[in-house]
Design a binder for this molecule. Structure first.
Ligand code: GLA
Length: 742
């Protein structure tokens, strides 16, 4: 890995074993983008890549030159309105009202490792040799606003992490109207756009479209990164698939409003921008003050989508998630939400927990309903003390009893919210986000606390820290169940109201930071009505997140498959729930529910007392299976083999780091009569190793399984033999392949 600067040509070349990223300082002092892609040899001069030519209806910078127009030049951090008419990376309104800027190269430095981003989640390094960072300072000589662009490249892999820091060396304040984290101008637009979209209970479905001249975008203006559009984009070549071909993934390490857009111009060049949503953002930058954008990560691959995802998975598992739980297999839990909803007592919870313990569960999680006057979703949020009617011994007493059973205890919070029917609201009615003299809309009868105010965050921290200090709590599910409306903070002046959404998220991060550092062994799981804020920002604080409120195994195939495009298996909360399922009322076999949930953190969202003896035997086997293989399932290398978006079958697999164990998940939605023979080619095995298929008892070399394939035919497809239970709809199998130790 290296970052080189060629003084004569004014060219920066960042490269490692996989990629090259080449930037130049152009004759007008702005930064030009020359190349991003597969690694190429370094040389002194790549300036021929800066293509310019005379074109009609174009505006030019230099009087005697009809070629140099920013409109037709690929750039690193472009501005609008001084010959470029495309979407800009930065937009500064100055004291005279002008929004024209001219950011020229000033200086640069090459830093070992990677600087921290204050108050924001970001990729980190553990030693200086892992990465290098290029920091380039640009200055606008009229407004005296400065920008420092950061580019971090790692010793290996196609990753470039980017962000920008702005500061004001002028005497008057300016308004930042837009400060994107990443701009990438590419020489052609022959890409397919792949996004993860959906809604509540249908998160992260894969949607594709071709790029067209004009702007295409995803984003959120809800205050949370949203169920609707995950802050992640892939641009892939038309022929790229999971196994081969070029793609670039863009992920935003941020949990609030964002925008990811691609603008294709008239000559089919492409500009990609990733950053805070400019529509709902504005920031007053006083003289002497600075502003740091969140970080965006891009991953280039020349070897298919699986490799791109695996690069994100390892990066986010090892260098974004932090703390005690980062590398640890996750406890198998039993959550009471779908078992009881709000209808429980302490004894009832103990009954559920005792059965869970008997089956091998390790952690019991008490969900919503344990605090204040919470008997429905109309009251209680904000009052984080136990409801004495239901829990006469408080959380301390309940946690004690759970621990006595030999289980760890976990607890649900929704720290950012308040019900009007709560003591907290009655005491601080002006602590909610709302606009003076306007209606105050609610969501689920709840209101959003103004986390842009430190005193509000402090008050919630105090309540949570008290419980965590007094009771034996090992896990927290941090929920967030509504988006922001009538956004306004009563603590900020009029010219700072554009800052509220971002300050709110900084408040959320601050609370997470305080709690995770004060209680480092507590496992945090983020949640926002399922996957409403399942993003890379959250992963920095909470190494796992509840992927969806939809717990149906068949629905989960698409959700988990889509989520795996960017996020590691260890980050996905996955539970076995009852049938008929509570979201789609579907009946799926118990083994299929577990076979899907194994590829995640794994747990149960039901009352095990209600299962039959036979089902309990199966549950015990499932838990024993998960305990045996969870390190591999959660931290192995994950491959998508067959997509639920493309047919009746889904197949995915994980391979252990030493390649000696692989688990293949095979799922079929509808049964077929007299079906065809099927096989699936596996990936990531060692061709020399001989694998024992625990299901069939046969042995196969790795190359055989990867080139011939694993036979997945349904032996009951034709004439059903009398001694075999016929398959039905929603069928699934897990194939365990183990290298026989000889
Ligand atoms: C949200 C969560 C659920 C559950 C409920 C409790 O919907 O996503 O898992 O915790 O809130 O109210």
């Amino acid at each position: 890995m290296s970052i080189l600067y060629h003084d004569n040509s004014k060219i920066f070349h960042l490269y490692n074993d996989s990629i090259s990223y080449i930037i130049t300082v152009m004759r007008n002092g702005h930064l030009g983008q020359l190349y991003f892609g597969k690694k190429i040899h370094d040389k002194e001069d790549f300036s021929y890549l800066l293509e310019t030519c005379e074109r009609p209806m174009t505006s030019y910078i230099y009087e005697n030159d009809r070629t140099f127009s920013l409109e037709h030049i690929r750039q690193e951090y472009p501005v609008f309105g001084s010959t470029d008419y495309r979407q800009p990376a930065i937009d500064i309104q100055q004291s005279n009202g002008s929004r024209i800027s001219d950011f020229k190269y000033d200086s640069h430095k090459i830093i070992k490792g990677k600087p921290k981003l204050d108050g924001l989640p970001a990729i980190y390094t553990e030693s200086e040799d892992e990465a290098e960072t290029l920091a380039i300072i640009l200055k606008d000589h009229v407004s005296k606003v400065c920008v420092e662009l950061y580019y971090t490249i790692f010793i290996t892999g196609g990753i470039v992490a980017r962000s920008a820091r702005l500061w004001n060396e002028g005497t008057s304040s300016v308004q930042i109207k837009r400060a994107m984290s990443l701009c990438l101008d590419l020489p052609d637009s022959d890409y397919e756009w792949v996004q993860l979209s959906g809604c509540w209970a249908r998160e992260c479905h894969i949607h594709k479209r071709n790029l067209e001249q004009g702007i295409q975008s995803i984003g959120s203006m809800r205050g949370n990164s949203s169920h609707e559009q995950n802050p992640f984009l892939v641009l892939k070549r038309q022929n790229t698939n999971e196994r081969a071909g070029e793609a670039i993934g863009f992920s935003f390490i941020y949990s609030g409003n964002y925008k990811i857009l691609a603008e294709v111009d008239a000559h089919e060049t492409l500009r990609v921008l990733v950053g805070i949503d400019p529509e709902t953002f504005e920031w007053k930058l006083e003289s002497g003050a600075s502003f740091q954008t969140p970080e965006a990560v891009m991953v280039y691959t020349a070897h298919g989508l699986n490799q791109m995802s695996q690069t994100f998975h390892k990066l986010y598992q090892k260098r974004l998630a932090r703390g005690y739980w980062r590398d640890r297999a996750r406890p198998i839990l039993n959550n009471n939400w779908e078992a009881t909803y709000f209808d429980f007592t302490e004894d009832r919870l103990i009954e559920i927990a005792a059965k869970a313990k008997e089956c091998g569960v390790e952690l019991f999680v008490l969900d919503d309903g344990w605090f204040g006057e919470r008997s429905s979703d109309r009251a209680g949020l904000g009052d984080w003390t136990a409801n004495k009617e239901r829990l006469p011994n408080g959380i301390t007493g309940l946690a004690e009893r759970i621990e006595e059973l030999g289980l760890k205890f976990g607890l649900w919070f929704e720290p950012e919210m308040v019900n009007k029917d709560s003591d907290f609201y009655r005491e601080h009615p002006d602590w909610i986000i709302s606009t003076p003299d306007r209606q105050i809309s609610h969501g689920r009868y709840q209101y959003v606390l103004d986390f842009s105010r430190k005193e509000v965050v402090d008050a919630i921290y105090d309540q949570m820290a008290k419980i965590l200090s007094e009771a034996k709590v090992s896990y927290i599910k941090w929920d967030m169940n509504r988006s922001i409306t009538e956004c306004y903070s009563k603590a900020l002046p009029a010219d700072r109201q554009g800052e509220v959404y971002h300050r709110y998220i900084l408040g959320v991060y601050d609370l997470y930071e305080r709690l995770t550092s004060q209680f480092p062994k507590v496992l945090f799981e983020s949640c926002a009505s399922g996957g409403g804020r399942f993003d890379a920002g959250m992963l920095y604080y909470a190494p796992q997140g509840w992927a969806s409120d939809d717990s149906d195994a068949i629905e989960r195939l698409k959700i988990q498959y889509g989520t795996s495009m960017c996020y590691p298996i260890s980050s996905m909360g996955t539970h076995v729930s009852v049938v008929p399922n509570h979201q789609v009322f579907r009946n799926t076999p118990l083994h299929t529910r577990a076979n899907v949930a194994y590829f995640g953190t794994f747990g149960y969202e039901l009352d095990l007392n209600k299962l039959t003896e036979q089902e309990l035997i199966e549950v015990k086997e499932q838990i024993a299976f998960m305990k045996k293989y969870r390190e591999i399932l959660q931290f192995g290398t994950f491959y998508r083999l067959k997509s639920p978006f493309e047919g009746n079958e889904t197949v995915w697999m994980v391979v252990s780091e030493d390649q000696k164990t692989a688990l293949v998940g095979w799922y079929r939605i509808l049964n077929c009569v007299n079906a065809s023979y099927t096989r699936v080619r596996l990936e990531g095995l060692n061709p020399q190793f001989c694998y024992h298929n625990l299901k069939t008892g046969r042995c196969h070399f790795g190359d055989e399984l990867m080139h011939v394939g694993l036979i997945t035919s349904d032996e009951t497809a034709g004439q059903v033999p009398s001694d075999v239970t016929p398959y039905t709809d929603f069928e699934s199998r897990i194939y365990v392949l183990e290298v026989a130790e000889s």
